[in-house]
Ligand binder design. Structure first.
Ligand code: NAP
Ligand code: MG
Length: 402
């Protein structure tokens, strides 16, 4: 079989620890034998970030803007312990934060659904993709602990000096106050990213806020989504038979629990923080969750939702066998390859991505899986494989279909 040829390079962002080990195994076993892989390689491993004063992260994000599609390995976000462990010059910022700021994107997280790993919610048949607004609200708040009696006001001073005031509360005793904000620009790009992703993946879009209580703040989110939908997306949605559905957040939560899945749930920043952890753990495992950052201009960065699996890496360094789940990292690659194929019109690449995903899932469905899944599966006669054996088992399954 001839290897599949690519046209535009993928932006490849290598990473850290156990996922870096898996990254190489995936490339060697599952990609390079079948594809003339064209990537522009950026080493986002912490050592290289430190050597380049984190320039490599910025460069990789700029390359993503240039080429349109990136695939990223999990990376360490430095903390105090990492400062000494890696002898860092500075506590470099989270690469994901840096990349997100440059691409101005929305993150979509989707569970990988497989027979044998059943969601806790029995009626969920298809994945629920969670889209979280990643700017503002309580994450960029200003807070005051009120010591005692007094008057709290919201004050806005316009550029021309005009002052608008709103009474928050006349305090009779101690209390707390909080001020938060968002911008129309950020909400608009969040809305467009959600509508585009719904069209891209042919799924309905749900959005919810608490606009009945928050008549200006949350209502603005509702209004912006409604306006953009009417003006830019309604025709496209109708042509594809898709639905944009707005409701109150508490109603949305109740409906999600009764739904079959197969839609995108767009959430404000805090709701998305809370609900993504609920949805992912109810679907089974963080190791079975993919994540894609989509910019308002249609640039895509694919990754796994989990971290670098540090504990397993230390076992690996001690020469011990690990059983680390590579599924989400494999799906990051397939997501990126499929998108590259779509943009460059390379059908074979899209078909290959589908086949690799199928091979991965059927390996698990045959009872061959890593330890984390073996602990939660409903399948009988499970064979627990180590990190390498699992990837090799996927390769055997893949070769049957090529
Ligand atoms: P983690 O790497 O997600 O792992 C936490 C635990 O979850 C693991 O110890 C393991 O449990 C289980 N787990 C996660 N992924 C797994 C997989 N693929 N296969 C099997 N088990 C898996 O989170 P962390 O240990 O808190 O963070 C480690 C590093 O990752 C940190 O430096 C953090 O900054 C970074 N991080 C990066 C990203 C990213 O790049 N997107 C995201 C989150 C965290 P057991 O130990 O019980 O087996
Ligand atoms: Mg959280």
């Amino acid at each position: 079989m001839d290897k599949i040829k690519m046209i535009t390079p993928l932006v490849e962002m290598d990473g850290d620890e156990m996922t870096r080990i898996l990254w190489t195994m995936i490339k060697e076993e599952l990609l390079l034998p079948f594809i003339e892989l064209k990537t522009e390689y950026y080493d986002l491993g912490l050592e290289c970030r430190n050597e380049t004063d984190d320039q490599v992260t910025v460069d990789s994000a700029k390359a993503t803007l240039k080429y349109g599609v990136a695939v990223k390995c999990a990376t360490i976000t430095p903390n105090a312990a990492r400062m000494t462990e890696y002898k860092l010059k500075e506590m470099w910022k989270s690469p994901n934060g840096t990349i997100r700021a440059i691409l101005d994107g929305t993150v979509f997280r989707t569970p990988i659904v497989v027979k044998g790993i059943e969601p806790c919610v029995r009626n969920w048949e298809k994945p629920i993709t969670l889209a979280r607004h990643a700017y503002g609200d309580v994450y960029k708040n200003a807070e005051i602990k009120v010591p005692g009696e007094g008057r709290a006001e919201l004050v806005f001073t316009a550029a021309d000096g005009t002052v608008t005031k709103e009474l928050i509360h006349e305090f009779k005793g101690a209390g707390i106050i909080q001020g938060m904000h968002n911008t129309e620009e950020s909400i608009e790009s969040f809305a467009r990213a959600c509508f585009n992703y719904a069209i891209d993946t042919r799924q309905d879009l749900w959005f919810a806020t608490k606009d009945t209580i928050s008549k200006k703040y949350d209502h603005t989110f509702k209004d912006i989504f409604a306006k953009i939908y009417e003006e830019e997306y309604k025709d496209k949605f109708e042509a594809l038979g898709l639905e944009y559905f707005y409701t109150l957040i508490d109603d949305a939560v109740a409906r999600v629990m009764k739904a079959k899945g197969g839609f995108i749930w767009a959430c404000k920043n805090y709701d998305g923080d809370v609900m993504s952890d609920m949805v992912s753990s109810a679907f089974g495992s963080l190791a079975m969750m993919t994540s894609v950052l989509v910019s308002p201009t249609g640039v895509y960065e694919y990754e796994a939702a989990h971290g670098t699996v540090q504990r397993h890496y230390y076992q690996h360094l001690e020469g011990k066998e690990t059983s680390t789940n590579s599924v989400a990292t494999i799906f990051a690659w397939t997501g990126a390859l499929r998108k590259r194929g779509e943009l460059d019109g390379i059908n074979e690449l899209m078909v290959f991505a589908d086949k690799l995903e199928k091979a991965t899932l059927s390996t698990i469905e045959q009872g061959k899986m890593t330890k984390d899944l073996a602990l939660i599966t409903s399948l009988k006669n499970v064979q627990v494989l180590n990190s390498q054996e699992f990837i090799k088992a996927v390769r055997r399954e893949l070769e049957k279909t090529l």
